[in-house]
Design a protein around this ligand. Structure first.
Ligand code: COA
Ligand code: AMP
Length: 630
């Protein structure tokens, strides 16, 4: 069957389609039906099935005779370490860790925060939680203590599993002080913490609260897999919304297993035993779905890469890893390729490695610009597939499903919707627009298995953020169009979310931090175009009357504040002081117009602008930051 037949077969019988896909999962009790309509536009998949994620990701492969196959390859050019873990070793390590967590009281439904860098132990911690039916919430290492504290207060974890440190090029990231700081800041306190002590740094443990990863596993009974309901939360992953309070996306267990497993062959075209590499971080959704769960559930070998596309040690790192481990499918963010292309435009490093194992490259996390795709196609001579998805969906909404049929590529488009997604382009009033016309991208409900059924502790926010604007649809927050051939184009966000080096960030969250500086009366943060990172945040500050501190000092303090409160990953370095912000007569800041001026794009003077002269002042400030070039 080709793409269209598969898509049509899903559309004519969605529940039958997913019940068939569910056959590939080991259920302790098979679900009696696929979809449950809870009313009020809320849905669940495989709710009455019983299943365990860790069993499907690990134990069942051992039972099936794949025990000696490598499950995880750890390659860390930063620490000069390489290590492989087989499925049987992984099973034993995870069962022990789960046993130790259980001995300390962690049970089904308890939350566990994981704050770890790219080491195999991060995956083991996730799987150990899954083994017990505990709900993990992984927090990206580039976030500061405050962000961790916000997540602790929302998830209310019984335990936190952390590492002593992370390794960034030229810098050790001291996790333990960040962890201690976060627990100090949070109202909720975990019962205990487990710390994996890395060779690079041994952290001081707090007596009675902190346990050493190795020591606390000593002599415990390994834990068996605990079956959970199909609608039981497998994990919570916090993602940026329009405010500083992140959204806790819930991933349901049954749908997650079914959907990810389906994508491994149909979208990524790998078979069990093949090596699959997603060069992301476990702190992001790509890491959850395609470093940990997708490949392991499907019986693939996954790679945990602790390095960067450039500088660890050079722009050939990706190609070295691909050829060394015979990677068949490779997934990364366009920004990573832009970084490589900038250092090695002619692809001299590419020629140094035998890349005959590589069959396809997948890009996501941000818009894949045609230049980057063309460069990668020319260098690697394999299909380069742009695919579009979100933390909320957990797997691709649109892509080129190579395992079904290779659709012709259209540059700038992530191809067509995958089965499960009925994608529509709507105008403000919720009416469909004509082909090639821009509008809000919405997905007809119900969303497919594996996507978010709700937000953690925030059902009203869930409805308001995603369901209310277009009744009967899920609002993606992206804007774009569909052409006459049914190809999707994702052009921009419709909210205050920006995408910096493939990392999703909230400008609203940054504004909240800046507004807390004692000299700042008012502020705005916008996302401006950047050749490498796609977008960069830029802050505009209006200071309180009578502020004596020089502007440059306030700017410096504000840059530091965002780094301290949100984290280095915010990459907030562009900031300036202005007298006034451009606003509508009703007081709304004209952020979109500021973005257009910064990016030197034509714009229409907003009819409702209060004082157009302010735009000239903004332009001068932007020029000072190297933007708004004529
Ligand atoms: N822990 C601590 N700090 C981190 C971090 C982590 N896990 N990840 C990034 N940071 C820090 C960086 O060290 C940097 O700090 P600095 O301001 O002191 O230099 C800052 O956060 C910004 O990081 P980043 O935006 O990633 O910039 P970079 O210059 O370090 O690297 C790229 C640029 C393009 C090479 C890099 O962003 C990249 O590989 N991106 C791919 C992203 C990706 O895979 N996204 C997942 C979606 S698929
Ligand atoms: P995240 O939740 O971090 O995965 O970010 C999701 C957002 O990133 C989407 O809503 C889009 O705005 C953007 N995004 C992800 N993949 C793509 C893509 N292939 N093309 C365009 N934008 C993308």
């Amino acid at each position: 069957m080709g793409y269209q037949e598969v898509y049509d077969s899903w559309k004519s019988d969605p529940e039958g389609f997913w019940m068939d896909a569910a056959e590939a999962i080991d259920w302790d009790k098979k679900p009696s039906k696929a979809l449950t309509d809870l009313g009020d536009n809320l849905y669940e998949w495989f709710a009455d099935g019983m299943v365990n994620t860790c069993w499907n990701a690990v134990d069942r492969h051992v039972e099936a005779g794949r025990g000696e196959q490598t499950a995880i390859i750890y390659d860390s050019p930063i620490t000069h370490t390489k290590r492989e873990v087989t499925f049987v070793e992984l099973r034993n390590r995870v069962a022990n860790l789960a046993g130790a967590l259980r001995a300390k009281g962690v049970e089904k439904g308890d939350r566990v925060i994981i704050y770890m860098p790219m080491i195999p132990e991060a995956l083991e911690a996730m799987l150990a939680c899954a083994r017990l039916g505990a709900v993990h919430s992984v927090v990206f290492g580039g976030f500061a203590a405050n962000e961790l504290a916000v997540r602790i207060d929302d998830a209310k974890p019984k335990a936190i599993i952390a590492a002593s440190c992370g390794m960034e090029p030229g810098r050790v990231v001291h996790y333990k002080p960040l962890l201690d700081g976060a627990i100090e800041l949070s109202n909720h306190k975990p019962d205990f913490c487990v710390v994996f002590q890395r060779e690079q740094e041994v952290a001081e443990l707090i007596e009675g609260r902190d346990f050493n990863w190795h020591g606390f596993q000593y002599g415990v009974e390994p834990a068996e897999c605990v079956p959970v309901e199909g609608n039981h939360p497998a994990y919570i992953l916090y993602t940026s919304g329009t405010t500083g309070q992140p959204k806790g996306v819930i991933r349901p267990t049954g749908g997650h297993l079914v959907a990810l497993n389906w994508t491994m062959k149909n979208l990524y075209n790998v078979d069990p035993g093949d090596v699959f590499w997603a060069a992301s971080d476990v702190g992001w959704v790509v890491g959850h779905s395609y470093i940990t769960y997708g490949p392991l559930v499907h019986g693939n070998t996954t790679i945990v890469f602790e390095g960067k596309p450039v500088g660890t040690p050079d722009a050939g790192t990706f190609w070295r890893v691909i050829s060394e481990y015979k990677v068949k499918s490779f997934f990364t963010a366009p920004t990573a390729f832009r970084a490589v292309k900038r250092e090695d435009p002619k692809g001299e490093f590419v020629g140094k490695y035998d890349l005959s194992c590589l069959k396809a490259v997948y890009l996501a996390g941000e818009r894949a610009d045609p230049d980057t795709i063309t460069w990668a196609q020319n260098q690697l001579k394999v299909p380069v597939i742009d695919h579009w998805w979100q933390t909320e969906t957990g797997w691709a909404i649109a892509g080129n499903p190579l395992g079904i049929e290779e659709l012709p590529t259209k540059l700038g488009s992530p191809a067509k919707p995958l089965p499960g997604y009925d994608v529509r382009i709507l105008d403000e009033g919720g009416n469909p627009v004509a082909p090639n016309e821009m509008g809000a991208i919405a997905i007809k409900l119900p969303l497919p298995p594996g996507t978010l059924p709700n937000l953690w502790n925030a059902e009203e926010r869930f409805k308001k953020s995603y369901l209310e604007h277009f009744p009967g649809y899920y609002e993606t927050g992206d804007a774009g169009m569909i052409d006459e051939d049914g190809y999707l184009y994702i052009m921009a966000r419709t909210d205050d979310v920006i995408n910096v080096a493939g990392h999703r960030l909230s400008t609203g969250g940054m504004e909240e931090v800046l507004a807390n500086h004692p000299d700042v009366a008012e502020c705005a943060v916008i996302g401006v175009t950047d050749q490498l990172k796609g977008q960069l945040p830029m802050g505009f500050l209006c200071l309180n009357a009578g502020t004596e501190k020089p502007d440059a000092d306030v700017v410096k303090e504000c840059v530091k504040l965002v780094r301290e409160k949100i984290g280095p990953v915010a990459a907030f370095k562009l900031c300036c002081v202005v007298d006034r912000l451009p606003k509508t007569r009703s007081g709304k800041i004209l952020r979109a117009t500021m973005v257009k001026i910064a990016d030197s794009e034509a714009f229409k003077m907003p009819a409702t602008i209060d004082d157009p002269a302010i735009l000239d002042e903004i332009k001068v400030a932007l020029k000072g930051l190297g933007y708004a070039k004529d």
